[in-house]
Design a protein around this ligand. Structure first.
Ligand SMILES: *Cc1c(COP(=O)(O)O)cnc(C)c1O
Length: 371
């Protein structure tokens, strides 16, 4: 086996040796030690969003989508009406999930190279009084754009509506303060900015709202209320938990604290992002987003027009140098993406840039480098 590749993707990500080592133990899922571990994890995840007072943390086994699906299936009832704000693939996925679950919803479609439009969302809320819930993505990983969560939350709560957030690719790196942002549900996962391994995700749910959601979910294993009641009753997961994955996340949270918490991680990701963008621009690549709306999570680059640039050959060349990147997912422009998150430091970005340079040479691509 070759050594681990460096993952410059939106997840799963490169994890530290310490996180991987945390998985070298078997846990009895109904044993008191694992019950304690679960309780600690739930407390720590709530604390990261200052959400201890009014919210509860409900972890769920699965990818991030499982948490979004559990949140929507449990908290949007069949007689509710959701407004989904969309500016990328993850926003569209929210609408798909609501569609599959048969929950009434409508979409406000924005553009992929702009943050969500706060005024348009407010106008839609005013135009349709049936809307009960607004659902949005915090960092839309399709492009890497950061959406105006605070501003939208204000418009939503001023009108007495409820807000549900997919904060998958921002949680742990971009501050979210539940005391200032009025959300009823917020979903995130272990394997993005928390830098753990994939397999567990979670929802921070407003306690009073969740209490009212008994029996609303269309799914047994994704029923957030049911799982929350399970934790309240005996501290246990209802179904087999991903024990090693839970232990890895607990270790990853220790490492987040050691790095200075969300502030420290945010600073490192920005450093990665700046070095990546300036190095790539120096070689003639163009970013899809202007700097002002770019989150330090993942950067979308426009596919170069040089005919010799073929993405799969470029991907393979970088993979041979030990770096895995991600294809684009935009509907309006050919692109590829490079992540800034994970256990990645300045030296890794420097090495990547050298690998990109050599990949361009191997492919015979000549870009008009910036002077
Ligand atoms: C990664 C991600 C998800 C979840 O994806 P999974 O593949 O299910 O883990 C959801 N929303 C956003 C914004 C994401 O970046």
């Amino acid at each position: 086996m070759p050594s681990d590749p460096i993952l410059l993707t939106p997840g799963p990500l490169t994890t530290s040796a310490r996180t991987k080592e945390a998985m070298l133990r078997d846990w009895g899922s109904r044993d008191e030690h694992f019950i304690e571990l679960t309780a600690r994890l739930r407390r720590r995840l709530s604390a990261l969003a200052e959400a201890e007072a009014e919210h509860v943390c409900v972890p769920i086994a699965g990818s991030g989508t499982a948490a979004v699906e559990a949140m929507l299936g449990t908290m949007v009832a069949s007689d509710d009406h959701a407004l989904v704000l969309v500016n990328g693939a993850y926003g569209r996925r929210i609408a798909d999930i609501l569609g599959v679950a048969g929950r009434p919803c409508e979409i406000l479609e924005g553009v992929e190279d702009q943050p969500l439009d706060v005024a348009a969302a407010a106008a839609r809320l005013d135009a349709n009084s049936r809307i009960t819930d607004v659902v949005m993505v915090h960092c839309e990983t399709t492009s890497g754009v950061l959406n105006p969560l605070n501003e939208i939350a204000e418009e939503v709560s001023r009108r007495g509506k409820r807000l549900l957030v997919d904060a998958m690719s921002s949680f742990g790196a971009i501050p979210i303060d539940a005391r200032r942002i009025a959300f009823d549900g917020l979903a995130a996962s272990a394997n993005k900015c928390l830098e753990s391994v994939p397999g567990v995700a979670f929802v921070l749910a407003r306690r009073t709202r969740l209490e009212a959601c008994a029996g609303k979910c269309h799914s047994l294993s994704l029923d957030l209320h049911g799982q929350w009641q399970g934790f309240e009753a005996n501290g246990q997961w209802r179904f087999t938990p991903p024990t090693q994955v839970v232990a890895a996340l607990d270790s990853a949270l220790d490492q987040l604290t050691a790095e200075g918490g969300i502030g420290g991680r945010f600073a490192r990701y920005w450093e990665n992002c700046r070095a990546l963008v300036s190095g790539m621009r120096g070689m003639g690549f163009e970013t899809y987003l202007p700097d002002g709306i770019q989150a330090p999570i993942i950067v979308t680059f426009r596919m170069p027009r040089d005919a010799a640039f073929e993405f799969s050959a470029f991907y393979d060349a970088l993979a041979a140098h030990g770096f895995l990147i991600y294809p684009g997912k935009l509907t309006d422009a050919p692109s590829f993406r490079i992540g800034c998150i994970g256990d990645i430091r300045a030296q890794d970005i420097e090495n990547l840039l050298a690998a990109v340079k050599s990949a361009l040479g191997e492919l015979g691509v000549v870009l008009a480098a910036e002077s």
